[in-house]
Write a protein that binds this ligand. Structure first.
Ligand SMILES: Cc1cc2nc3c(=O)[nH]c(=O)nc-3n(C[C@H](O)[C@H](O)[C@H](O)COP(=O)(O)OP(=O)(O)OC[C@H]3O[C@@H](n4cnc5c(N)ncnc54)[C@H](O)[C@@H]3O)c2cc1C
Length: 416
């Protein structure tokens, strides 16, 4: 049986593991921390704007399991908030265990708290990946889903210091770029002013630290928009954040909260003393990142140059997904790119041609899209969502999306 090794257990790695397994391979998923989902443990927003279309394309192609979980674990569904329509917010505490159960049930072997630090090459292929304590994982194909965040040195150099985020580099060790170790070339995303990387765009507050009135409003509506006093409005922060879909004036003029079981605050960071001057936030306290009063994690530090098939350029049997595979923002983007990467790793081990998704699908269009200046893109807003609309790709009509996938000859393609 062919063996596929996936490095990095964020949304992209979990998705790649599921599609690789469906090709009949023996699949090992290696994650350096004690949690799957990586950054997905602090996000939660799904199905907003063009992400709805992309989720349904995945479902029609046979990669629906992770969307079933996020739908089932939704704390709120079909919510509109500034600049965004029909969003759902998955519960960030309930989702990870549900994904872990699914992967185990499917027979995917999970190696948690295992950090890959090096690669053994044989000609233009990866033979094995290794850990610092000399464990070796051999495979016929590999998928790099290690993300692009941090590690600490990058957050210190390009951010405001280690913000103590969910990835917990000081405890579990730094991210390592497998693509680069294997001989591929990585590049960095850039902010509008050319600074490498960008700040993650939201933080989590302890729910108990909000006023009773604000907490009840948030739990009832899913969203709370709290206007900021004029002197606290800082539009400069908008250009620093990754999430271009939230770089709208409303996000500078208000504190926008989202109920994901936890309280998601839609700003990269906010000085605690100032925040506590806003009504309802008098006792506010950050839950993630711990240093959310000062900074946030820095992302897009190591994106691999890849082919349309998701293969890392120059390495025959290494594929990539998620943020590693492009300047893509989001869980849906990570699941979508992870799914095709895992599937093509499986095709490679069977000697088949890779599947290239056509640009008649939103996912294929995302993979082919390049923003001038190398900026980040997402189905959920900004330039690429506008592009989806002008190309007629955006729709929330499930039957239409399934028909489009069928017309491309890709219905249930991931099932075989
Ligand atoms: C605060 C915050 C809020 C967000 N909110 C949302 C949201 O609401 N909606 C949305 O769609 N998107 C959101 N995002 C963006 C989204 O979370 C990411 O774009 C997406 O989850 C990236 O997934 P990934 O699998 O590519 O990478 P990651 O989530 O970074 O996963 C990479 C994994 O690889 C592991 N790893 C790294 N190096 C190694 C190694 N050497 N060996 C083994 N394992 C390794 C890491 O530990 C990690 O688990 C948010 C991001 C942040 C930071």
């Amino acid at each position: 049986m062919a063996k596929i090794v996936i490095i990095g257990g964020g949304w992209a790695g979990c998705s790649a593991a599921l599609t690789a397994k469906k090709t009949g391979a023996d699949v090992q998923l290696i994650e350096r921390t004690d949690l799957l989902l990586g950054l997905g443990n602090v996000g939660g927003i799904m199905r907003n704007n063009g992400r709805f279309t992309a989720a349904e394309e995945n479902i029609a192609m046979g990669a629906g399991e992770l969307f079933e979980i996020t739908d089932q674990c939704a704390a709120h569904r079909n919510v509109d908030f500034p600049g965004h329509r029909h969003a759902s917010f998955y519960h960030v505490i309930k989702t990870e265990p549900a994904v872990r159960r699914l992967l185990t049930e499917r027979g995917i072997s999970l190696r948690m708290m295992t950090r890959i630090t090096d690669v053994i090459r044989e000609e233009d292929r990866v033979k094995a990946v290794t850990t610092a304590d000399e464990k070796t994982f051999e495979g016929d194909a590999f998928v790099d889903c290690t993300g692009t965040t941090g590690p600490m040195g990058n957050c210190m150099e390009y951010g405001n210091g280690c913000s103590m985020c969910i990835l917990r580099c000081p405890a579990f060790g730094p991210r390592v770029s497998i693509s680069e170790k294997a001989g591929g070339c990585d590049y960095m995303g850039k902010r509008a002013d050319g600074t490498p990387g960008a700040f993650s765009g939201s933080c989590k507050l302890e729910k108990e630290s909000l006023s009773e009135e604000l907490r009840q409003r948030l739990e009832r509506d899913g969203v709370a928009v709290v206007p900021l006093p004029e002197e606290m409005i800082n539009e400069g922060k908008l250009s620093k954040k990754v999430c271009r879909q939230y770089a709208l004036p409303q996000y500078a003029a208000n504190v926008i909260l989202i109920d994901t079981g936890a309280v998601k605050m839609m700003t990269p960071f906010f000085p605690l003393e100032q925040l506590r001057q806003v009504q309802g936030f008098e006792n506010a306290r950050f839950a993630d990142p711990y240093a959310g009063g000062k900074g946030n994690s820095i992302r897009y530090m190591a994106v691999a140059e890849r082919e349309p098939s998701m293969r890392v350029k120059g390495v025959a049997n290494l594929f990539c997904g998620g943020e590693k595979s492009g300047l893509f923002i989001g869980h849906t983007e990570a699941i979508s790119t992870g799914a095709i990467a895992g599937h093509n790793a499986g095709r490679y081990t069977r000697g088949g041609h890779p599947l290239i998704l056509p640009d008649t699908l939103a996912i294929g269009a995302l993979l082919a899209y390049e923003k001038a200046g190398g900026g980040m893109i997402t189905f959920a807003g900004d330039e690429f969502f506008q592009y989806m609309q002008t190309q007629g790709l955006y729709t929330t009509d499930r039957e239409k999306i399934a028909a489009r996938v069928e017309a491309a000859g890709l219905s249930r393609v991931y099932d075989c």
